[in-house]
Design a protein around this ligand. Structure first.
Ligand code: ATP
Ligand code: SF4
Ligand code: MG
Length: 580
C-alpha cells in the first residue's frame, strides 16, 4: 500500500521538519558555516506527493593519507543537498563532470553510505518495511537522547573554538567542526523522527507506548507479507492446474486443488489476525494521543513533535531491509556493456530480480509471460529471451537494462547518463520509451545527464549541481526562460543549436579549471569562475533561496533577472567573456 500523505497533519509535520533542518544547513565551501538566507524551499512541498526527501545530504569520500600521522582529508562529492522528489515526476540533474551527480543518485539508493543528512522514502509506510531501527530507538530512547546531547555539545564546543579563532581557524579546525555538527544533526534526526515530542517530555512512557504500537503494526505488516507470499504460491498452483488437464492426471489435479484450498484458508486466517492486531494498535494510538494532548501548549514538546517523520529513513535500514526495498528503487547504469552479466541470457537477467524479490517462483510459466510483456514494452522481441548480451547492439542492451529495472515494478528509477553512450536516433528511441513507461506505470525518475537538450525534453524539474552543491532548482520551462545562477546561464549558453538566429548570441565560456572537491574555494564555491563575483562571494556562502514559487537559487544576486524574455543577456557580456 502506498503512502499518499494526504492528511494535512503529515504534510504540516514534514514541512516543519524540513524547515528545521534547512536552518542548520552548513553552506560554507569548507562546509563549516551557515549559509546566508537558507530558507527551506517551502513551495516544493505544496500540493504534490513526495516520494523522496533529501535533507542536508553529504557524501564525503576519504582520501588516502600520505602518512600515518597526516590529517584525514575528504573528497566532498555531495555537500548539503536538500531537495524533494515528487511522485510521478522526472527530476533532471545536470552539471559538469565530477560535480557529484552519480554520487547523489547512488547515495539515494544507498549504494553508497551517506556521510550525513537524511534520505526519507515515502513510497512505503514504516509499518510495511518494519525496520529494526524504530524499535531499537524506542527501547533505547534515553541513550539516543544522551548521544544527541553529547554530539550537540561537541558541535557547540568546536563552533565556539572556530569563532574565537576567527580568520586564523585552520582548514582542519573548520572540517572538524563541520563533521561534529553533522554528527549532532544525525543524532537528532535519528531520535526526533521516531520519538517526536516524547524526546522532551514523558520519554519513558511515550517510548513504551510507541514501541507497543509499532510491535503490533509491524506484526500485522509481517502477516500481510506472508499473505502476499501465499498469493504467489496460489498463483503458481493455479498455473500448474491449467497446465495439467484433469483427464490426464486426475489425482495430481485433485492434490493441487486441495493445496490451493488449504493456502486460501490460511490466507483468510492471516487476514483475520491482521485485523485484530490493527484494532489493538488503534487503541494504543488513542492512548498516545491522550498523552500528547497533555503537552499541547508546551513549546519544547511542539518543537520535537514537529520533527516526527513517518517516512522510511533509508540510511538507517539494515542490509536485508534495504534489499527488500530494492525492488522499489532501481537504477539504469550509464554503461550497458559492463552492467549486464555476459554469462546470463536476457531472460535470466530479467528474471533474476523477479525471483529474488519473490514476485514469482523460479521457472514458472507466469514469470516467463511477465518477462515477455516487459521485454515487448521495452521494444525487445520474444525470440531474444535466450540470447546473451554480446548478441545485441548497444541500444538493445540499454533496453535490456531498462527492462531489468522495470520488471520488478519499481517506483523510483535513477537513470544515470543512460543515453549518453548511444547515437542520436537510439537516444530518442530510449527517451521516448522512458517517457511512455513513466506515463503507463506512474514511475518517478532521477534523470542524470550532461546533455541539457535531453534533460530539457524529459524533465519536469531540473537541478543544477556545481562542485557537490545544488545551485539552482526550478521547473524546466522556468529554468530555461529565466535562469538566475551565473553557472546555469553559462551551461545554457553552451547548448548546441541548429537555430541560425541563435548563432549570433555569444556563448559564455567558463574560465579556469574546476576547483578541487577536497579543498573547495571559500564563500561561494563558484566565485573563482563566476563573471559576477564580488568580494562578498569570496567569504559568504549563498544559501538556496526561493526567488519565485518553486524556483531556488544559491547566489547573492539571485533576485536579479539575468536574461530577458527574448533570451538576451541583461549583464555585461564582455565581462562575462573575460574581455574586461
Ligand atoms: N568511490 C569513490 N571514491 C572516491 N571518490 C569518488 C568515488 N566516486 C566518486 N568520487 C569522487 O566524487 C566526485 C563526484 O563524482 P561523481 O561520479 O558523482 O561525478 P559526476 O557528476 O557523476 O561526473 P560525470 O558527469 O563525469 O559522471 C568526483 O570528484 C569523484 O572523483
Ligand atoms: S555572483 Fe557570487 S554568489 Fe552568485 S554565483 Fe557568482 S560567485 Fe556565487
Ligand atoms: Mg556520473
Amino acid at each position: 500500500m502506498e503512502k499518499t500523505q494526504s492528511t494535512a497533519s503529515v504534510k504540516t509535520t514534514d514541512r516543519v521538519q524540513h524547515t528545521d533542518t534547512r536552518q542548520s544547513a552548513c553552506g560554507r565551501a569548507d562546509g563549516s558555516g551557515r549559509a546566508e538566507g537558507s530558507a527551506w524551499p517551502e513551495t516544493q512541498s505544496r500540493q504534490k506527493t513526495r516520494l523522496l526527501s533529501i535533507t542536508n545530504l553529504k557524501k564525503y569520500f576519504p582520501v588516502a593519507k600520505p602518512s600515518l600521522f597526516a590529517r584525514q582529508m575528504y573528497v566532498r562529492a555531495n555537500e548539503d543537498i536538500s531537495v524533494d522528489i515528487y511522485q510521478g515526476e522526472t527530476f533532471g540533474l545536470v552539471g559538469e563532470s565530477g560535480c557529484g551527480k552519480s554520487t547523489l543518485g547512488r547515495v539515494l539508493l544507498q549504494l553508497y553510505e551517506q556521510t550525513a543528512g537524511s534520505t526519507m522514502y515515502y513510497g512505503r509506510t514504516l509499518e510495511e518495511v518494519a525496520p529494526d531501527y524504530v524499535l531499537d530507538t524506542l527501547s533505547n530512547a534515553e541513550k539516543y537522547i544522551e548521544k544527541y546531547r553529547r554530539a550537540a555539545a561537541r558541535g557547540e564546543e568546536l563552533s565556539k573554538k572556530c569563532e574565537a579563532l576567527g580568520d586564523s581557524a585552520s582548514f582542519y579546525d573548520l572540517q572538524d567542526r563541520n563533521l561534529a555538527l553533522c554528527d549532532a544533526r544525525t543524532a537528532l534526526d535519528c531520535t526526533a523522527k521516531i520519538l517526536g515530542g516524547f524526546m522532551a517530555r514523558e520519554t519513558r512512557r511515550g517510548a513504551a507506548l510507541l514501541s507497543e504500537k509499532y510491535k503490533l503494526t509491524f506484526r500485522a505488516a509481517a502477516l500481510a507479507h506472508r499473505a502476499e507470499d501465499i498469493a504467489v504460491e496460489i498463483q503458481a498452483g493455479e498455473g500448474l492446474l491449467e497446465e495439467i488437464p484433469p483427464e490426464k492426471s486426475p489425482e495430481k489435479g485433485k492434490r493441487l486443488q486441495a493445496k490451493i484450498e488449504k493456502l486460501t484458508r490460511k490466507q483468510n486466517h492471516l487476514a483475520a489476525r491482521q485485523k485484530d492486531l490493527l484494532a489493538a494498535a488503534a487503541e494504543i494510538d488513542e492512548k498516545i494521543g491522550q498523552l500528547k494532548a497533555l503537552y499541547a501548549g508546551d513549546a519544547e514538546f511542539a518543537r520535537y513533535e514537529a520533527m516526527l517523520d513517518h517516512g522510511v529513513d533509508l540510511k538507517r535500514l539494515k542490509y536485508k531491509e534495504m534489499r527488500h526495498l530494492r525492488k522499489d528503487l532501481q537504477i539504469i547504469f550509464q554503461d550497458p556493456y559492463s552492467s549486464l552479466n555476459p554469462r546470463m541470457t536476457v531472460g535470466r537477467i530479467i528474471e533474476e530480480g523477479l525471483v529474488t524479490h519473490g514476485f514469482f517462483k523460479a521457472g514458472s510459466r507466469k514469470m516467463q509471460e511477465h518477462v515477455f510483456k516487459v521485454m515487448n514494452s521495452c521494444g525487445l522481441q520474444n525470440y531474444m529471451y535466450n540470447r546473451y548480451p554480446h548478441q545485441f547492439s548497444g541500444g538493445q542492451r540499454q533496453r535490456i537494462c531498462i527492462a531489468r529495472a522495470l520488471a520488478v515494478k519499481p517506483k523510483f528509477v535513477v537513470c544515470d547518463e543512460c543515453v549518453s553512450a548511444l547515437d542520436v536516433s537510439i537516444q530518442s528511441q530510449i527517451i521516448n520509451l522512458l517517457q511512455e513507461l513513466k506515463e503507463k506505470e506512474g514511475l518517478t525518475y532521477l534523470f542524470i545527464s550532461h546533455n541539457l537538450s535531453v534533460v530539457r525534453y524529459i524533465s519536469d524539474r531540473i537541478g543544477v549541481m556545481y562542485l557537490g552543491n545544488m545551485v539552482e532548482v526550478a521547473e524546466t520551462d522556468e529554468l530555461f526562460s529565466d535562469p538566475r545562477h551565473p553557472y546555469t546561464i553559462a551551461l545554457l549558453s553552451s547548448i548546441p543549436t541548429t537555430d541560425p538566429e541563435s548563432l549570433t548570441k555569444e556563448r559564455i565560456l567558463l574560465e579556469g579549471n574546476i576547483p578541487s572537491p577536497i579543498k573547495p574555494p571559500s564563500g561561494c564555491k563558484f566565485h573563482t569562475r563566476c563573471f559576477m563575483a564580488c568580494d562578498k562571494c569570496k567569504v559568504v556562502p549563498p544559501g538556496l533561496k526561493e526567488v519565485k514559487p518553486g524556483h531556488f537559487v544559491a547566489c547573492h544576486f539571485a533576485e536579479e533577472r539575468k536574461v530577458d524574455k527574448a533570451g538576451g543577456y541583461l549583464f555585461d557580456v564582455n565581462v562575462a567573456m573575460g574581455n574586461r
